[in-house]
Design a protein around this ligand. Structure first.
Ligand SMILES: *[C@@H]1O[C@H](CO)[C@@H](O)[C@H](O)[C@H]1NC(C)=O
Ligand SMILES: *[C@@H]1O[C@H](CO)[C@@H](O)[C@H](O)[C@H]1NC(C)=O
Ligand SMILES: *[C@@H]1O[C@H](CO)[C@@H](O)[C@H](O)[C@H]1NC(C)=O
Length: 448
Protein backbone atom coordinates (compact mmCIF):
# COMPACT_ATOMS: atom_id res chain seq x y z
CA UNK A 1 0.00 0.00 0.00
CA UNK A 2 1.40 3.35 -0.96
CA UNK A 3 1.86 6.13 1.52
CA UNK A 4 -0.66 8.24 -0.33
CA UNK A 5 -3.21 5.49 -0.14
CA UNK A 6 -2.62 5.09 3.57
CA UNK A 7 -2.90 8.78 4.18
CA UNK A 8 -6.13 8.88 2.24
CA UNK A 9 -7.59 6.06 4.29
CA UNK A 10 -6.51 7.70 7.49
CA UNK A 11 -8.06 11.00 6.47
CA UNK A 12 -11.33 9.30 5.61
CA UNK A 13 -11.36 7.53 8.97
CA UNK A 14 -10.62 10.77 10.72
CA UNK A 15 -13.33 12.49 8.80
CA UNK A 16 -15.87 9.86 9.77
CA UNK A 17 -14.91 10.13 13.45
CA UNK A 18 -15.17 13.89 13.36
CA UNK A 19 -18.51 13.62 11.64
CA UNK A 20 -19.74 11.24 14.33
CA UNK A 21 -18.55 13.56 17.12
CA UNK A 22 -20.11 16.46 15.30
CA UNK A 23 -23.49 14.80 15.04
CA UNK A 24 -23.47 13.72 18.68
CA UNK A 25 -22.66 17.29 19.69
CA UNK A 26 -25.45 18.47 17.46
CA UNK A 27 -27.98 16.12 19.00
CA UNK A 28 -26.99 16.99 22.54
CA UNK A 29 -27.31 20.71 21.95
CA UNK A 30 -30.58 20.22 20.11
CA UNK A 31 -31.87 18.44 23.13
CA UNK A 32 -30.66 21.30 25.33
CA UNK A 33 -32.46 23.77 23.09
CA UNK A 34 -35.62 21.83 23.65
CA UNK A 35 -35.01 21.51 27.36
CA UNK A 36 -34.39 25.22 27.69
CA UNK A 37 -37.67 26.00 25.98
CA UNK A 38 -39.52 23.67 28.32
CA UNK A 39 -37.77 25.19 31.32
CA UNK A 40 -38.66 28.64 30.09
CA UNK A 41 -42.35 27.90 30.39
CA UNK A 42 -41.74 26.15 33.64
CA UNK A 43 -39.92 29.06 35.25
CA UNK A 44 -42.47 31.51 33.98
CA UNK A 45 -45.24 29.62 35.72
CA UNK A 46 -43.33 29.16 38.93
CA UNK A 47 -42.10 32.75 38.99
CA UNK A 48 -45.62 33.98 38.64
CA UNK A 49 -46.71 31.78 41.45
CA UNK A 50 -44.08 33.07 43.86
CA UNK A 51 -43.56 36.61 42.73
CA UNK A 52 -46.83 37.65 41.21
CA UNK A 53 -46.49 39.03 37.72
CA UNK A 54 -43.28 37.94 36.05
CA UNK A 55 -40.97 40.88 36.65
CA UNK A 56 -37.80 39.67 35.06
CA UNK A 57 -38.53 38.68 31.51
CA UNK A 58 -36.23 36.08 30.04
CA UNK A 59 -34.58 36.28 26.69
CA UNK A 60 -36.46 33.58 24.87
CA UNK A 61 -38.78 35.95 23.09
CA UNK A 62 -42.51 35.90 23.51
CA UNK A 63 -43.58 32.53 24.69
CA UNK A 64 -47.26 33.17 25.03
CA UNK A 65 -49.36 33.65 28.08
CA UNK A 66 -49.45 31.33 31.02
CA UNK A 67 -52.64 32.58 32.52
CA UNK A 68 -55.29 30.35 33.93
CA UNK A 69 -52.86 27.67 34.98
CA UNK A 70 -53.16 28.16 38.69
CA UNK A 71 -53.84 24.52 39.47
CA UNK A 72 -51.01 23.30 37.29
CA UNK A 73 -48.80 25.86 38.94
CA UNK A 74 -49.40 24.19 42.23
CA UNK A 75 -48.53 20.76 40.93
CA UNK A 76 -45.45 22.12 39.20
CA UNK A 77 -44.18 23.68 42.36
CA UNK A 78 -44.78 20.49 44.29
CA UNK A 79 -42.64 18.49 41.95
CA UNK A 80 -40.08 21.22 42.19
CA UNK A 81 -39.89 20.99 45.90
CA UNK A 82 -40.16 17.25 45.80
CA UNK A 83 -36.86 17.24 43.99
CA UNK A 84 -35.33 19.36 46.64
CA UNK A 85 -36.48 17.13 49.40
CA UNK A 86 -33.12 15.44 49.27
CA UNK A 87 -31.93 18.52 51.08
CA UNK A 88 -34.87 18.31 53.34
CA UNK A 89 -34.34 20.74 56.10
CA UNK A 90 -33.22 23.78 54.21
CA UNK A 91 -35.57 23.14 51.38
CA UNK A 92 -38.47 23.10 53.70
CA UNK A 93 -37.41 26.25 55.47
CA UNK A 94 -37.01 28.03 52.18
CA UNK A 95 -40.39 26.91 51.05
CA UNK A 96 -42.08 28.00 54.22
CA UNK A 97 -40.53 31.43 54.03
CA UNK A 98 -41.50 31.95 50.42
CA UNK A 99 -44.95 30.80 51.14
CA UNK A 100 -45.21 33.33 53.91
CA UNK A 101 -43.98 36.06 51.63
CA UNK A 102 -46.47 35.08 48.99
CA UNK A 103 -49.29 35.19 51.49
CA UNK A 104 -48.18 38.59 52.75
CA UNK A 105 -48.26 39.94 49.25
CA UNK A 106 -51.71 38.53 48.72
CA UNK A 107 -52.82 40.21 51.92
CA UNK A 108 -51.71 43.51 50.49
CA UNK A 109 -48.67 43.86 52.72
CA UNK A 110 -45.94 46.24 51.61
CA UNK A 111 -43.60 43.38 50.82
CA UNK A 112 -41.23 44.79 53.45
CA UNK A 113 -38.70 46.61 51.33
CA UNK A 114 -36.03 46.65 53.99
CA UNK A 115 -36.56 43.06 54.99
CA UNK A 116 -34.10 40.98 53.01
CA UNK A 117 -36.89 38.59 52.04
CA UNK A 118 -38.23 40.74 49.26
CA UNK A 119 -34.91 41.28 47.55
CA UNK A 120 -33.83 37.77 46.77
CA UNK A 121 -35.88 35.78 44.32
CA UNK A 122 -37.41 32.50 45.27
CA UNK A 123 -34.73 30.69 43.30
CA UNK A 124 -31.88 32.55 45.00
CA UNK A 125 -30.36 31.94 48.38
CA UNK A 126 -31.63 34.09 51.22
CA UNK A 127 -29.06 33.13 53.84
CA UNK A 128 -27.48 35.87 55.91
CA UNK A 129 -24.24 36.04 54.01
CA UNK A 130 -26.01 36.13 50.64
CA UNK A 131 -28.36 38.97 51.49
CA UNK A 132 -26.15 40.86 53.93
CA UNK A 133 -25.84 43.71 51.45
CA UNK A 134 -29.57 44.37 51.62
CA UNK A 135 -29.35 45.29 55.26
CA UNK A 136 -27.25 48.38 54.73
CA UNK A 137 -30.24 50.25 53.41
CA UNK A 138 -30.53 51.16 49.78
CA UNK A 139 -27.31 53.03 49.36
CA UNK A 140 -25.77 50.08 47.52
CA UNK A 141 -22.03 49.97 47.58
CA UNK A 142 -19.55 47.28 46.72
CA UNK A 143 -17.81 45.29 49.38
CA UNK A 144 -14.27 46.64 49.48
CA UNK A 145 -11.35 45.22 51.45
CA UNK A 146 -8.91 48.02 52.21
CA UNK A 147 -5.41 47.03 53.27
CA UNK A 148 -2.71 49.46 54.32
CA UNK A 149 0.85 48.38 53.84
CA UNK A 150 3.46 50.56 55.41
CA UNK A 151 6.92 49.22 55.24
CA UNK A 152 8.80 50.03 58.40
CA UNK A 153 12.21 50.41 56.91
CA UNK A 154 11.31 53.21 54.56
CA UNK A 155 11.19 56.84 55.50
CA UNK A 156 7.86 58.00 56.82
CA UNK A 157 5.44 59.02 54.09
CA UNK A 158 5.13 62.73 53.72
CA UNK A 159 1.46 63.43 53.56
CA UNK A 160 -0.94 61.91 51.13
CA UNK A 161 1.35 62.13 48.14
CA UNK A 162 3.51 59.28 49.27
CA UNK A 163 0.56 56.92 49.37
CA UNK A 164 0.17 54.71 46.35
CA UNK A 165 -3.31 53.35 45.76
CA UNK A 166 -3.96 50.08 44.00
CA UNK A 167 -7.37 48.78 42.91
CA UNK A 168 -7.67 45.01 42.44
CA UNK A 169 -10.46 43.55 40.29
CA UNK A 170 -11.21 39.84 40.26
CA UNK A 171 -12.66 37.67 37.51
CA UNK A 172 -15.92 35.81 36.89
CA UNK A 173 -17.36 33.83 39.84
CA UNK A 174 -14.73 35.08 42.24
CA UNK A 175 -14.30 37.75 44.90
CA UNK A 176 -11.78 40.02 46.58
CA UNK A 177 -10.35 36.92 48.30
CA UNK A 178 -8.83 36.03 44.95
CA UNK A 179 -6.26 38.72 45.72
CA UNK A 180 -6.30 39.14 49.47
CA UNK A 181 -5.69 35.45 50.16
CA UNK A 182 -2.93 35.03 47.64
CA UNK A 183 -0.90 38.01 46.47
CA UNK A 184 -1.46 40.33 49.41
CA UNK A 185 0.50 38.19 51.83
CA UNK A 186 3.54 38.28 49.57
CA UNK A 187 3.29 41.97 48.89
CA UNK A 188 3.61 42.93 52.50
CA UNK A 189 6.97 41.19 52.77
CA UNK A 190 8.92 43.36 50.43
CA UNK A 191 7.04 46.50 49.46
CA UNK A 192 8.88 49.72 49.91
CA UNK A 193 6.74 52.72 50.59
CA UNK A 194 3.22 53.27 51.66
CA UNK A 195 0.56 51.39 49.78
CA UNK A 196 -3.19 51.31 50.13
CA UNK A 197 -4.71 48.27 48.46
CA UNK A 198 -8.39 48.15 47.53
CA UNK A 199 -9.74 44.70 46.66
CA UNK A 200 -13.36 44.95 45.58
CA UNK A 201 -16.05 42.33 45.22
CA UNK A 202 -17.50 43.21 41.84
CA UNK A 203 -21.19 43.90 41.43
CA UNK A 204 -23.08 40.61 41.60
CA UNK A 205 -20.31 38.57 43.22
CA UNK A 206 -19.04 37.72 46.68
CA UNK A 207 -20.39 39.99 49.39
CA UNK A 208 -21.33 42.81 47.02
CA UNK A 209 -24.89 43.73 46.09
CA UNK A 210 -26.66 41.52 43.60
CA UNK A 211 -29.59 43.76 42.65
CA UNK A 212 -32.36 42.00 40.79
CA UNK A 213 -32.95 44.94 38.48
CA UNK A 214 -29.39 45.64 37.40
CA UNK A 215 -28.29 44.58 33.93
CA UNK A 216 -24.67 44.17 35.08
CA UNK A 217 -23.18 46.08 32.20
CA UNK A 218 -19.69 47.49 31.98
CA UNK A 219 -21.11 50.91 32.84
CA UNK A 220 -22.79 49.55 35.96
CA UNK A 221 -19.48 48.13 37.14
CA UNK A 222 -17.56 51.32 36.50
CA UNK A 223 -20.25 53.36 38.22
CA UNK A 224 -20.20 51.11 41.26
CA UNK A 225 -16.42 51.26 41.57
CA UNK A 226 -16.65 55.02 41.25
CA UNK A 227 -19.20 55.15 43.97
CA UNK A 228 -17.56 52.63 46.28
CA UNK A 229 -13.85 53.34 45.92
CA UNK A 230 -12.85 56.33 43.84
CA UNK A 231 -15.27 58.92 45.26
CA UNK A 232 -15.35 57.93 48.94
CA UNK A 233 -11.56 57.64 49.17
CA UNK A 234 -11.03 60.61 46.86
CA UNK A 235 -8.51 58.81 44.72
CA UNK A 236 -6.84 60.90 42.09
CA UNK A 237 -4.07 58.50 41.32
CA UNK A 238 -4.15 54.73 41.37
CA UNK A 239 -2.75 51.55 39.89
CA UNK A 240 -5.03 48.88 38.47
CA UNK A 241 -4.56 45.13 38.72
CA UNK A 242 -7.17 42.85 37.19
CA UNK A 243 -7.79 39.23 36.32
CA UNK A 244 -9.94 37.85 33.49
CA UNK A 245 -13.34 39.58 33.43
CA UNK A 246 -11.94 42.27 35.71
CA UNK A 247 -9.58 43.30 32.89
CA UNK A 248 -12.48 44.53 30.76
CA UNK A 249 -13.67 46.65 33.67
CA UNK A 250 -10.15 47.84 34.46
CA UNK A 251 -9.67 49.10 30.91
CA UNK A 252 -13.01 50.91 31.03
CA UNK A 253 -12.00 52.49 34.32
CA UNK A 254 -8.58 53.45 32.99
CA UNK A 255 -10.13 54.99 29.88
CA UNK A 256 -12.45 57.01 32.08
CA UNK A 257 -9.55 58.31 34.20
CA UNK A 258 -6.51 58.26 31.90
CA UNK A 259 -4.84 60.95 33.98
CA UNK A 260 -5.35 59.20 37.29
CA UNK A 261 -4.10 55.79 36.28
CA UNK A 262 -0.46 55.12 37.03
CA UNK A 263 -0.25 51.56 35.77
CA UNK A 264 -2.51 48.86 34.37
CA UNK A 265 -1.70 45.20 34.98
CA UNK A 266 -3.96 42.67 33.28
CA UNK A 267 -3.84 38.95 33.91
CA UNK A 268 -5.41 36.81 31.18
CA UNK A 269 -7.59 39.52 29.60
CA UNK A 270 -10.42 38.30 27.37
CA UNK A 271 -9.75 40.53 24.39
CA UNK A 272 -11.38 40.36 20.99
CA UNK A 273 -10.56 43.02 18.41
CA UNK A 274 -13.81 44.67 17.44
CA UNK A 275 -15.32 43.90 14.11
CA UNK A 276 -17.04 46.68 12.26
CA UNK A 277 -20.43 46.05 13.82
CA UNK A 278 -20.54 45.53 17.55
CA UNK A 279 -22.87 42.57 17.77
CA UNK A 280 -20.44 40.39 15.91
CA UNK A 281 -17.73 40.96 18.47
CA UNK A 282 -19.83 39.92 21.43
CA UNK A 283 -21.03 36.80 19.65
CA UNK A 284 -17.48 35.96 18.73
CA UNK A 285 -16.47 36.44 22.35
CA UNK A 286 -19.21 34.07 23.44
CA UNK A 287 -18.12 31.50 20.86
CA UNK A 288 -14.46 31.76 21.78
CA UNK A 289 -14.95 31.74 25.54
CA UNK A 290 -17.80 29.27 25.81
CA UNK A 291 -18.15 27.58 22.46
CA UNK A 292 -20.58 24.70 22.15
CA UNK A 293 -18.54 21.62 22.86
CA UNK A 294 -19.00 18.36 24.76
CA UNK A 295 -15.43 17.86 25.83
CA UNK A 296 -13.79 18.49 28.27
CA UNK A 297 -16.64 18.41 30.81
CA UNK A 298 -15.75 21.81 32.23
CA UNK A 299 -16.00 23.39 28.79
CA UNK A 300 -19.33 21.65 28.26
CA UNK A 301 -20.60 23.02 31.56
CA UNK A 302 -19.41 26.47 30.63
CA UNK A 303 -21.18 26.41 27.29
CA UNK A 304 -24.42 25.14 28.81
CA UNK A 305 -24.34 27.85 31.47
CA UNK A 306 -23.63 30.55 28.92
CA UNK A 307 -26.04 29.48 26.22
CA UNK A 308 -29.03 28.19 28.10
CA UNK A 309 -30.59 30.69 30.40
CA UNK A 310 -33.09 28.37 32.00
CA UNK A 311 -30.91 25.28 32.24
CA UNK A 312 -28.34 27.55 33.87
CA UNK A 313 -30.93 28.83 36.27
CA UNK A 314 -31.64 25.26 37.27
CA UNK A 315 -28.00 24.77 38.13
CA UNK A 316 -27.93 27.98 40.13
CA UNK A 317 -31.09 26.95 41.87
CA UNK A 318 -29.48 23.66 42.86
CA UNK A 319 -26.03 24.88 43.74
CA UNK A 320 -26.13 28.56 44.61
CA UNK A 321 -29.39 28.51 46.46
CA UNK A 322 -28.30 25.51 48.48
CA UNK A 323 -24.67 26.44 48.79
CA UNK A 324 -24.70 25.94 52.54
CA UNK A 325 -25.79 22.34 52.17
CA UNK A 326 -23.22 21.69 49.46
CA UNK A 327 -20.52 23.25 51.54
CA UNK A 328 -21.48 21.07 54.45
CA UNK A 329 -21.42 17.96 52.27
CA UNK A 330 -18.08 18.93 50.80
CA UNK A 331 -16.63 19.49 54.25
CA UNK A 332 -17.86 16.09 55.40
CA UNK A 333 -16.54 14.37 52.31
CA UNK A 334 -13.13 15.94 52.48
CA UNK A 335 -12.90 16.00 56.28
CA UNK A 336 -12.06 19.67 56.36
CA UNK A 337 -13.30 22.26 58.80
CA UNK A 338 -12.89 25.14 56.35
CA UNK A 339 -13.37 25.36 52.61
CA UNK A 340 -11.05 27.32 50.40
CA UNK A 341 -12.28 30.67 49.16
CA UNK A 342 -12.36 29.45 45.56
CA UNK A 343 -14.93 26.82 46.48
CA UNK A 344 -17.00 29.29 48.45
CA UNK A 345 -16.88 32.08 45.86
CA UNK A 346 -18.10 29.79 43.13
CA UNK A 347 -21.67 29.94 44.38
CA UNK A 348 -21.83 33.50 45.71
CA UNK A 349 -23.99 34.94 42.97
CA UNK A 350 -27.53 34.86 41.71
CA UNK A 351 -28.36 33.43 38.34
CA UNK A 352 -29.46 36.88 37.29
CA UNK A 353 -26.10 38.42 38.22
CA UNK A 354 -23.91 35.69 36.70
CA UNK A 355 -25.94 35.43 33.52
CA UNK A 356 -25.86 39.15 32.89
CA UNK A 357 -22.24 39.52 33.85
CA UNK A 358 -21.33 36.83 31.37
CA UNK A 359 -23.31 38.40 28.55
CA UNK A 360 -23.33 42.11 29.26
CA UNK A 361 -19.88 42.59 30.75
CA UNK A 362 -17.72 39.85 29.27
CA UNK A 363 -19.27 39.46 25.82
CA UNK A 364 -20.85 42.90 25.53
CA UNK A 365 -17.81 44.58 27.10
CA UNK A 366 -15.63 43.07 24.40
CA UNK A 367 -17.20 45.47 21.91
CA UNK A 368 -15.85 48.55 23.68
CA UNK A 369 -12.44 47.30 24.79
CA UNK A 370 -10.79 48.57 21.60
CA UNK A 371 -12.24 52.01 22.21
CA UNK A 372 -10.79 52.05 25.72
CA UNK A 373 -7.41 50.86 24.54
CA UNK A 374 -7.38 53.58 21.91
CA UNK A 375 -7.99 56.22 24.55
CA UNK A 376 -5.10 54.88 26.60
CA UNK A 377 -2.92 54.61 23.51
CA UNK A 378 -3.63 58.22 22.68
CA UNK A 379 -3.17 59.59 26.16
CA UNK A 380 0.23 57.91 26.39
CA UNK A 381 0.22 58.17 30.16
CA UNK A 382 0.41 54.49 30.98
CA UNK A 383 1.49 51.18 29.62
CA UNK A 384 -0.75 48.12 29.75
CA UNK A 385 1.13 45.18 31.20
CA UNK A 386 -0.29 41.76 30.42
CA UNK A 387 0.58 38.54 32.20
CA UNK A 388 -0.84 35.42 30.55
CA UNK A 389 -0.21 31.71 31.06
CA UNK A 390 0.48 29.72 27.91
CA UNK A 391 -1.73 26.82 29.11
CA UNK A 392 -4.78 29.00 29.69
CA UNK A 393 -7.92 27.08 28.69
CA UNK A 394 -10.43 29.72 29.80
CA UNK A 395 -9.08 32.74 27.98
CA UNK A 396 -6.78 31.73 25.14
CA UNK A 397 -3.35 33.26 24.97
CA UNK A 398 -4.28 34.49 21.48
CA UNK A 399 -6.37 37.21 23.15
CA UNK A 400 -3.31 38.83 24.67
CA UNK A 401 -1.23 38.28 21.55
CA UNK A 402 -3.86 40.05 19.48
CA UNK A 403 -3.96 42.98 21.85
CA UNK A 404 -0.19 43.24 21.68
CA UNK A 405 -0.33 43.06 17.90
CA UNK A 406 -2.94 45.77 17.60
CA UNK A 407 -1.37 48.12 20.17
CA UNK A 408 2.35 47.36 20.10
CA UNK A 409 3.36 50.68 21.69
CA UNK A 410 0.86 50.44 24.50
CA UNK A 411 0.95 46.78 25.48
CA UNK A 412 3.71 44.82 27.09
CA UNK A 413 3.10 41.08 27.10
CA UNK A 414 4.68 38.66 29.53
CA UNK A 415 3.89 35.02 28.75
CA UNK A 416 4.26 32.65 31.69
CA UNK A 417 5.15 29.11 30.70
CA UNK A 418 3.20 26.14 32.05
CA UNK A 419 0.61 28.29 33.76
CA UNK A 420 -3.14 28.23 33.25
CA UNK A 421 -5.90 30.73 33.96
CA UNK A 422 -5.62 30.46 37.74
CA UNK A 423 -2.18 29.04 38.40
CA UNK A 424 -0.64 32.01 36.64
CA UNK A 425 -1.30 33.74 39.96
CA UNK A 426 -1.94 31.06 42.57
CA UNK A 427 1.09 28.89 41.88
CA UNK A 428 3.43 31.81 41.66
CA UNK A 429 1.93 34.33 44.04
CA UNK A 430 5.34 35.40 45.23
CA UNK A 431 6.69 35.96 41.73
CA UNK A 432 3.51 37.71 40.83
CA UNK A 433 3.85 40.04 43.80
CA UNK A 434 7.38 40.77 42.67
CA UNK A 435 6.13 41.51 39.14
CA UNK A 436 3.62 43.96 40.54
CA UNK A 437 6.20 45.75 42.63
CA UNK A 438 8.44 46.14 39.62
CA UNK A 439 5.59 47.51 37.55
CA UNK A 440 4.55 49.98 40.25
CA UNK A 441 8.11 51.05 40.87
CA UNK A 442 8.79 51.63 37.19
CA UNK A 443 5.67 53.77 36.86
CA UNK A 444 6.91 55.83 39.79
CA UNK A 445 10.24 56.46 38.10
CA UNK A 446 8.45 57.42 34.92
CA UNK A 447 6.38 60.11 36.52
CA UNK A 448 9.40 61.78 38.12
C1 LIG B 1 -36.78 48.67 58.18
O1 LIG B 1 -36.04 49.86 57.97
C2 LIG B 1 -36.31 50.87 58.88
C3 LIG B 1 -35.48 52.10 58.49
O2 LIG B 1 -35.23 52.14 57.14
C4 LIG B 1 -35.99 50.41 60.29
O3 LIG B 1 -36.31 51.41 61.22
C5 LIG B 1 -36.76 49.16 60.62
O4 LIG B 1 -36.36 48.65 61.87
C6 LIG B 1 -36.51 48.10 59.56
N1 LIG B 1 -37.32 46.95 59.82
C7 LIG B 1 -36.85 45.72 59.85
C8 LIG B 1 -37.84 44.65 60.08
O5 LIG B 1 -35.66 45.47 59.65
C1 LIG C 1 -36.50 43.44 42.81
O1 LIG C 1 -36.76 43.41 44.19
C2 LIG C 1 -37.56 44.48 44.63
C3 LIG C 1 -37.66 44.40 46.11
O2 LIG C 1 -38.54 43.45 46.50
C4 LIG C 1 -38.92 44.40 43.97
O3 LIG C 1 -39.74 45.46 44.42
C5 LIG C 1 -38.72 44.49 42.48
O4 LIG C 1 -39.94 44.37 41.82
C6 LIG C 1 -37.78 43.41 42.01
N1 LIG C 1 -37.50 43.64 40.62
C7 LIG C 1 -37.47 42.66 39.72
C8 LIG C 1 -37.13 43.06 38.33
O5 LIG C 1 -37.72 41.51 40.03
C1 LIG D 1 -1.15 54.18 19.16
O1 LIG D 1 -0.44 55.38 19.32
C2 LIG D 1 0.63 55.55 18.40
C3 LIG D 1 1.32 56.83 18.72
O2 LIG D 1 1.26 57.15 20.03
C4 LIG D 1 0.11 55.57 17.00
O3 LIG D 1 1.20 55.67 16.10
C5 LIG D 1 -0.65 54.30 16.72
O4 LIG D 1 -1.23 54.34 15.45
C6 LIG D 1 -1.74 54.07 17.76
N1 LIG D 1 -2.30 52.78 17.56
C7 LIG D 1 -3.60 52.57 17.38
C8 LIG D 1 -4.03 51.19 17.10
O5 LIG D 1 -4.42 53.46 17.48
Amino acid sequence: MSAGNLAGKWTRKCGRTLLAIGSVTCVVFLFLDFLDAVLCVFFKVVDEFFEGEARTPCYCGNDGENKGMESETLSESESLYGRRNVLRKMGFLGFARKWEMYRKKKDGGDGSINGSLAVNRWSDCGCNSCVSWTKKGYDHKLHVVVTHLLHVRTEAPTGDEAVENVIFLHGFLSSSSFWTETVFGHLSESLKGHYRLFAVDLLGFGRSPKPNDSMYTLLDHVEMIDKSVISPFQLNSFHLVAHSMGCIIALALAAKYPNFVKSVTLVAPPYFPSAKDGTRTSLMALNKLAGKTLWPPLAFGKSVMSWYEHVGRCFCFLFCRNHRTWEMILKLLTLRSELSFTEVDLTRHTHHSAWHNMHNTICGGATSTDEHLEILNESRTVKVRIIHGDQDMEVPLECSKEMKMKFPELVELNIVRNADHISVIFHRAKDFAKDLEDIWASSRNCSI
